[in-house]
Ligand binder design. Structure first.
Ligand code: K80
Length: 480
């Protein structure tokens, strides 16, 4: 009796605390916070979620100096060279007069991305410098004023779309070229007028992009952290609604707008703003718990921190192995992995990147089934690598082959049965052996690799599974 009282008291307390926690999530009424709690459920977002691998391309006039100016090496990110004190801003702002990428071939880029296995790509229409790779009607600082003249965004959108690769447009809110742009909130009346014109300019350009390139699937915003922009929560929110209304299904990450308290990515109540978490730049979460149940992408550079073309990569350059592991890790936690390319001033993709694309593509050809449309598996992670899952298929993506050739799998009581295991690379079957139970009563299994198996690259074993018999037993019992 006493026990029951305690239990009741405990349950009451627990319920009150749980309710309070729930209340806290939405205790502050927000006009411009998240407009949805939890993931989007529509087909366009589902399509995005299943991409697995993407390509980022950073291209602009910064590709001409390529991180150096008059023999001086700039160690920072090449696309930021304009902010380097040794490069005169005036010299930078005149680079467009030399922008004539005669080797640019969008079809060639798209074919290479396809062969790498990318399902989507993100293209810089305008970086912080303000130079537009499309002939915008709202500024003269565009490709139309360069000797090249032709619309680059259009060629990229069409070529990738024709290859079946979804295109998302990168757009920087920061614009170092537009005279009305401000990073701090306007103080004087003149500032306010200038900033109003910048807001209209930004809106016009975004509407222009959606109008000119209706096949694109999303916008990838950057440079949205200025106080001036964050102060405009209501206006930016309204603009977002307008863009979505214009382009049903449009996918926008968490880097477009702040809520009315200046909170970015996650609003004041802790809810994700817009469609996916865009905080994972050059960074991967350690575990699914770091992700708040959100959709997310990770955008990654090949060298440490170069997005635009740098003529001289210094320091460690990621290998195909590194990038494949990062991609698998991202996918195993329900994220998309996006690898950046920085073509040179003539439009050539550098040989290092071409080689990486080929090597990743070779791996994808064999193992893409473990990447596309797969998601996080609840099967406990093991140190040999990562699990991904799709329906009844469990993928063991192996990066560290154990020296006993046994890949451990732990299945909690009442979980799944493991039926059959095969290498993805050649369909060769591998043995699954029971390895008893552990203290938590989980069933342990070993997928036993043949002693003769030579590892030359990360490999995948696909395991067919089915719901455990105990569910059936319970059903049987229920019938009696
Ligand atoms: C801007 C500012 C910082 C601090 C870090 C990165 C960036 C831009 N975002 C990447 C996607 C690149 O475009 C980089 O220039």
């Amino acid at each position: 009796m006493k026990k029951n009282l305690f239990l009741t008291l405990f349950l009451c307390l627990f319920t009150v605390t749980a309710l309070q926690a729930q209340n806290k999530r939405s205790s502050i009424p927000l006009k411009h916070g998240a407009h949805r709690i939890g993931k989007r459920t529509d087909a366009e977002m589902q399509r995005w979620r299943e991409h697995g691998l993407g390509q980022f391309i950073h291209w602009g006039v910064y590709a001409i100096p390529g991180g150096t100016w008059e023999g001086k090496y700039y160690p920072g990110a090449a696309e930021w060279i304009r902010s380097w004190k040794e490069m005169p801003k005036d010299a930078y702002d005149n680079l467009y007069k030399q922008f004539n990428p005669t080797a640019f071939d969008a079809k060639k880029w798209a074919k290479q991305a396809k062969e790498m296995g990318a399902n989507y790509m993100i293209f810089t229409t305008k970086h912080h410098d303000g130079f537009c790779l499309w002939p915008s009607a709202y500024t003269d600082y565009t490709i139309a004023s360069s000797p090249y003249k032709k619309d680059i965004v259009k060629q990229v959108v069409d070529a990738y779309t024709n290859e079946g690769i979804d295109v998302h447009l990168y757009f920087s809110i920061i614009d170092w070229n537009y005279q009305g742009y401000r990073s701090s909130p306007p103080v004087t009346r003149q500032d306010s007028i200038s900033y109003e014109s910048f807001k209209q300019f930004t809106r016009n350009q975004l509407i222009e992009l959606l109008t000119n390139y209706p096949t694109i699937k999303g916008l990838w915003f950057d440079g949205s952290w200025d106080k001036a922009w964050m102060n405009e929560a209501a206006w930016v929110d309204q603009l977002g609604n307008e863009l979505r209304a214009m382009h049903p299904g449009l996918v926008i990450g968490s880097r477009f707008r702040a809520d009315e308290f200046g909170k970015r990515h996650y609003d004041t109540n802790g809810d994700l703003i817009d469609d996916y978490d865009q905080t994972w730049e050059r960074d991967l979460p350690n575990s699914i718990e770091d992700l708040n149940g959100s959709d997310w992408d990770c955008v990654m550079t090949v060298p440490e921190n170069q997005w635009g073309y740098h003529s001289e990569w210094r320091g460690y350059v990621k290998t195909d192995y590194d990038l494949i592991e990062m991609m698998v890790k991202a996918v195993s936690m329900d994220g998309n992995f996006v690898i950046n390319f920085g073509p040179d001033g003539k439009g050539n993709i550098r040989p290092e990147e071409t080689e990486l694309a080929q090597k990743i593509g070779e791996w994808m050809k064999v193992n893409k089934e473990a990447i596309y449309g797969t998601h996080h598996s609840n099967v406990k992670k093991q140190d040999w690598g990562y699990f991904t899952q799709k329906g009844n298929k469990l993928y063991l993506c192996v990066f560290n082959k154990p020296i006993n050739n046994r890949l451990m799998i732990e299945i909690p009581k009442g979980g799944i049965d493991l039926l059959k295991a095969c290498f993805l690379e050649n369909n060769q079957e591998v043995e699954i052996k029971s390895a008893g139970r552990n203290k938590r009563n989980s069933s342990l299994y070993h997928v036993v690799l043949p002693d003769s198996y030579q590892v030359v690259r990360p490999f995948v074993i696909v395991v067919d599974t089915e719901q455990k018999g105990s569910d059936k037993d319970e059903y049987q019992q229920a019938k009696i």
